[in-house]
Write a protein that binds this ligand. Structure first.
Ligand code: MTE
Ligand code: MO
Length: 306
């Protein structure tokens, strides 16, 4: 195995008094070596360097790192929850380029190291609600997507943003979905301060199974809106048709905002099971982010625009 398992990194190697050097090391890992899995809890922040704690974070208890990194949906790496963590060799997260294209005045590509330099890295603890009825609380690390979009200078005609995930048919799942995995947001949703471009979790470089090296996190929408391992961000005029909309137009709408009052045809969305808890919780409107996001949907029929 070429990549040293992070569990083998001794605390003495990562307790660096110079936090700037620690941050640079994180950048080197994220941009070059790419850690396959996460460090043991407790050593996480030493490995990462300084993170800005976000006021947007929830104070709820976090889901265990173990669950966050072994109970995943990443169909390119297999359709069982345990598959992605077992099939990380199917995706090489470095080197990586993320293109911003379409209706922008400055189309360009970013390496991961360039993305990390755009803004201070924030830790944001977000609730995540999967459309299948389970939820987690995850400490993400990233920068606002708005910061990256600004770099490309979107044109006035851009109204939506399409996100394209990496796909390699020689190593990844065939069939199931119309690959590559694509997702979409309205431009105001993409620019919303809660929308995060994540490069890490639990203080470490993003594990492959969680969407290395760069994925989207949109906490008021069902989990599938948060595309993983993104290679292209495309500004467009018309609402994109996403991979899940193609697969099941009656089950997966474009908006997919968490809404306890609008059921999925196969599942009630009124309650959820927080991974690690026994009894169910009531699902909150917009996953508990209503104060921040409800205004974007005022006047819309949420049954029609589901
Ligand atoms: N490329 C890609 N992105 C994806 C998926 C996928 O299968 N492929 N699954 C989605 C779904 S359904 C969920 S719930 C979240 C899960 O993210 P996590 O495994 O980091 O918790 O990723 C989303 N992003
Ligand atoms: Mo999901």
């Amino acid at each position: 195995m070429l990549i040293r398992p992070p569990a083998d990194i001794l605390p003495s190697e990562i307790t660096d008094p110079d936090v700037y050097r620690a941050r640079r090391r994180f950048i080197a890992q994220a941009g070059g070596l790419a850690l396959a899995t996460a460090l043991p809890a407790g050593h996480a922040h030493a490995a990462l360097g300084p993170l800005v704690a976000s006021p947007l974070s929830t104070t709820e208890g976090q889901t265990s790192r173990k669950a966050v990194t072994t109970y995943n949906n990443f169909y390119e790496l297999g359709t069982d929850k345990s598959d992605p963590a077992e099939n990380t060799h199917r995706l090489k997260p470095a080197p990586w380029q993320l293109r911003i294209e379409g209706l922008v005045n400055k189309p360009r590509s970013f390496g991961i190291d360039e993305i990390l330099k755009l803004a201070p890295l924030e830790e944001r603890i977000y609730r995540m609600r999967c459309v299948e009825g389970w939820s987690m609380v995850i400490p993400w690390v990233g920068i606002p997507l708005a910061t990256l979009l600004k770099q490309a200078d979107p044109q006035g005609s851009a109204k939506y943003v399409e996100f394209v995930s990496h796909y390699d048919k020689t190593t990844m799942t065939r069939g199931v979905l119309d690959w590559p995995y694509t997702e979409g947001l309205r431009l105001d949703e993409a620019r919303h301060p809660l929308t995060l471009l994540a490069v890490g979790l639990y203080g470490d470089v993003l594990p492959v199974q969680n969407g290395a090296p760069v994925r989207l996190v949109v906490p008021w929408k069902y989990g599938f809106k948060s595309g993983k391992s993104i290679v292209a961000i495309r500004l467009v005029e018309k609402q994109p048709v996403t991979a899940w909309m193609k697969a099941g137009p009656s089950e997966y709408g474009f908006y997919s905002n968490v809404n306890p009052d609008v059921d999925h045809p196969r599942w009630s969305q009124a309650t959820e099971r927080r991974i690690g808890e026994f009894s169910k919780r009531k699902t909150l409107m917009y996953n508990g982010y209503a104060d921040q996001v409800a205004a974007m949907y005022s006047g819309m029929d949420l049954r029609r625009f589901f």
